[in-house]
Design a protein around this ligand. Structure first.
Ligand code: GLY
Ligand code: MN
Ligand code: MN
Length: 434
């Protein structure tokens, strides 16, 4: 079993919590993610489904978890790949049903080859069915062969459960935050004029690997104008000595993500225009973090960042309009030309985690103790955009500063606080390993 500090009793507790929320006599089915071909017969690295990880920590593909509450008793079954010596010689050891039953938090385990037969008889005794449709179409078809009533979505309950992190989940997120922070510091330290974006990427991801973690999303390393492209990740250009680099990279530990962005001048010295924009974004970020209070509406942090940015853009002469026009009635004013994304999202087993905050237009949830969110305002002045005009000195600058924040009764706790972000700290670290 992969090392994790989450105990089997905590996984059983999560299963019990889930079945206490669904209707009586329900069966909940969670298929695991499919594998995916990268080229001919080689595959992308496999990542288990986050709901599967949350409920059982089962990481092998070709598997399905079912949890029932028949007559108020929990019945958890894990359907897994059977042992197969021939396959294991080529592809690695398979845990198999016996191994799963002895070490994983399940009440029984069966070969996936028995799934159809077993689920057919299971479904005949249950009154309600919950299934996450769309993860594995073959499982969807099998289940629907034996169930012609309504299929309910267990994410209704699971997303809310996942949005409040337990102590052990917070420990894992602290570990991920610490590894990612160190990776950013190392990348700052090796930065120099003329460095390749890929060199920074490689330094960061090699640190993740050395710490036995994996990246939780594709690293973004954009120098100069590339820093203004929000999801840039070709990371293939050389960074000029006059430019800053925006690095958005984070690792995951036992599936739990961190998500950090830092921006620094590769020369180690901010020019005045770079300093103007950096200080403004940092002020917005600190103000948004302060707004991360238990009981606050989700929008408060976005409002806090937006107000600082809109006012600052006017003060710097980038916007020539009133504050009302800059901010807009619904935070949709002129400032959105330069800050076009949200201020944060939930963080957990998914980097853009469940539980709200990124639900296209819908208001996010009220902040509650135990939630972990990112705070990540930015300003982007793309030189190639012909729909904006900014003073030349700011053209080609993109700055984002992103931290991971735990909501507590006593105020926000920045899990990534060990990652430096003041101008003085950054200037003293950049190039220090050369
Ligand atoms: N790294 C993705 C994001 O910041 O949302
Ligand atoms: Mn983020
Ligand atoms: Mn990010």
């Amino acid at each position: 079993m992969e090392d994790t500090i989450v105990s089997n009793s905590e996984f059983f507790q999560r299963q019990d919590d889930l079945i206490s929320k669904v209707l009586p006599n329900s069966l909940v089915i969670i298929p695991n993610n499919l594998t995916s071909i990268r080229s001919n017969d080689t595959k992308y690295p496999y990542r288990a489904n986050s709901y599967m990880m949350y409920l059982s920590n089962w990481l092998e593909p070709n598997s399905v978890l079912s949890i029932g509450n028949f007559n108020d008793l929990r019945e958890t079954t894990l359907y897994v790949k059977p042992r197969d010596t021939e396959k294991e010689i080529w592809e690695g050891r398979i845990i198999g049903p016996e191994g799963a039953l002895s070490n994983w938090p399940v009440d029984s385990s069966k070969s996936i080859s028995n799934f159809e037969k077993s689920i057919k008889s299971q479904l005949s005794k249950y009154s309600n069915l919950y299934l996450i449709i769309g993860i594995d179409p073959e499982i969807d078809i099998i289940v629907q062969k034996y169930w012609d009533r309504e299929i309910l979505d267990p994410r209704l309950y699971l997303d809310e459960m996942r949005s409040i992190k337990s102590d052990s989940e917070i420990e894992l997120m602290k570990k991920a935050s610490s590894i990612s922070s160190d990776a950013h510091v190392k990348a700052m330290a090796i930065s120099r004029p003329g460095i390749g974006e890929w060199e920074i990427q490689s330094s960061i991801e090699s640190h993740f690997t050395m710490c036995r973690s994996t990246k939780s999303y594709n690293s973004i390393v954009g120098g100069g104008d590339n820093s203004t492209i929000l999801h840039y990740n070709s990371n293939s250009d050389i960074i000029d000595g006059t430019e800053m680099v925006l690095v958005d990279a984070g690792c995951e530990v036992n599936g739990y993500a961190s998500d950090i962005t830092r921006t620094w001048p590769v020369s180690g010295k901010f020019s005045q225009p770079q300093r103007d924009i950096y200080e403004l974004v940092l002020k917005a970020e600190l103000s948004a973090i302060e707004a991360c209070q238990a009981g606050s509406p989700w929008v408060n942090m976005h409002k806090a960042a937006s107000e600082v940015l809109a006012r600052g853009l006017i003060d710097l002469g980038i916007l020539n309009c009133s504050l009302e026009e800059a901010l807009g009635k619904n935070l949709d004013g002129e400032y959105r030309k330069f800050f076009m994304h949200g201020t944060g999202h939930m963080l957990g087993l998914d980097v853009h985690d469940v539980g709200g905050g990124r639900q296209g237009g819908k208001p996010g949830p009220e902040l509650k103790p135990g939630m972990v969110v990112t705070v990540e305002p930015g300003l982007y002045f793309a030189a190639w955009r012909d729909d904006i005009s900014v003073p030349k000195k700011y053209s080609g600058i993109g700055v984002r500063i992103e931290d991971d924040v735990l909501i507590t009764e006593d105020g926000p706790v920045v899990l990534t606080e060990m990652c430096p972000k003041t101008i003085d700290e950054i200037e003293s670290i950049v190039g220090s390993a050369l």
